[in-house]
Design a binder for this molecule. Structure first.
Ligand code: NDP
Length: 332
């Protein structure tokens, strides 16, 4: 089944890695044809994630030329006949998905990584929730299963994933110490449910962790900042605690000697969302859980700004320049 489709579309193409100057706004890209197992989605809201900057700079390798982007929400435009009817997608269904080449008007996405948006959730909220919300859910269930009453540390707490971590940790009844990069970000981290919020500075985090945990250290550190904070995360985690190193906003964490972990029997995990949602069962479990969490806990999704697609360079500059709080979206 397919609706009337144009031949060409707008999108953001990169042919080589680099700064935001490599982001090319094109108006004549071919509309993709869905292949086996794929649905074609007409995108309404395109999610910007920090990982998009890694593919742009080359920190993560990917084949070029490439239409950037890993997430969007929109409506089903067509369905490849191989997609099982049990998936029950129909044209015009409101959906959100994780797939490459989402910085465009249309994207061919695997049906296995596409999910219908519940009626109570808006298309922008669904897009703002999917990748970052699933990340925070899997990090707090699998990377370190946070328990009620645990003291944990969240870095970049007013950011996309950081905000979801604070909301989910609050829902779990854990105590989140939230660190943010500047004073203007404090209120957002607090609104997300962090119990203690502090502005990054020499010795500030170490001192607050000591104070809140009676010198024991936190049970887990959720560190998406990477290079700039990894050593400190090892320092403030308590005996038998876990450093969850899940990102490289300040650069990649350099290699370290695992023997150092013996000092506290600490764990370091380096998770990737996609390896937690690989099977159909995992995808179903976590997406259902995310919608339920949003509906039952009335979680307010924080959207920083909705940019026009052609302003993608400004959006990337804002994200990498630590100027944003919450989710960055684009409209095609
Ligand atoms: P954010 O909205 O959190 O933006 C990044 C934030 O990192 C900034 O706002 C800033 O907050 C902080 N930061 C600290 N140092 C720097 C620096 N030198 N340069 C830039 N930013 C810095 O982005 P996302 O929510 O999209 O992603 C957060 C992290 O999570 C990223 O590292 C990302 O790669 C990772 N991630 C990992 C996933 C996985 O599967 N492992 C999945 C999704 C995201 P402040 O100023 O408050 O310090």
């Amino acid at each position: 089944a397919s609706t009337h489709l144009p031949k060409t579309m707008k999108g953001i193409l990169i042919e080589k890695t680099g700064g935001t100057e490599v982001l090319q706004y094109k108006t004549d890209l071919p509309v993709p044809t869905p292949k086996e197992g794929e649905v074609l989605v007409k995108n309404d809201y395109i999610g910007i994630n920090y990982i998009d900057t890694y593919f742009r700079t080359g920190l993560y390798p990917s084949p070029k030329p490439e239409i950037l982007g890993r997430e969007a929400s929109g409506t089903i435009a067509s369905i490849h006949p191989s997609v099982p009817s049990s998936s029950s997608f129909a044209p015009h269904d409101r959906v959100v998905y994780l797939a490459s080449s989402s910085y465009a008007e249309y994207t061919a996405a695997p049906a296995s990584k596409t999910v219908k948006i519940p009626p109570s959730i808006s298309s922008p909220d669904a897009c703002a929730a999917l990748l970052q919300g699933l990340t925070a859910l899997t990090l707090t269930e699998e990377s370190h299963a946070v328990q009620r009453g645990n003291w944990v540390l969240v870095l970049a707490a007013s950011g996309g994933v950081g905000g979801w971590l604070c909301r989910i940790l609050r829902a779990k009844g854990a105590h989140a110490i939230a660190a943010v990069g500047s004073e203007d970000k404090v209120a957002v981290a607090r609104e997300s449910g962090a119990e203690v919020v502090l502005v990054e500075g020499e010795g500030v985090v170490e001192g607050k962790v000591r104070e809140c945990t009676g010198g024991k250290g936190v049970v887990a550190v959720f560190d998406g900042v990477g290079k700039a904070t990894f050593e400190r995360s090892l320092e403030v985690v308590g005996r038998k605690g876990t450093v969850v190193s899940f990102g490289s906003a300040s650069g990649a964490v350099p290699p370290f000697a695992i023997a150092r972990l013996a000092a506290k029997n600490a764990k370091v995990v380096r998770p990737n969302l996609f390896n937690y949602i690989t099977t159909a069962e995992e995808w179903e479990y976590y997406t259902t859980k995310l919608w339920k969490l949003m509906e039952e806990n009335h979680m307010k999704v924080k959207i920083h700004e909705i940019y026009p697609l052609k302003d993608v360079a400004r959006a990337h500059n804002d994200l990498e320049g630590r100027k944003t709080m919450g989710k960055l979206l684009m409209t095609p």
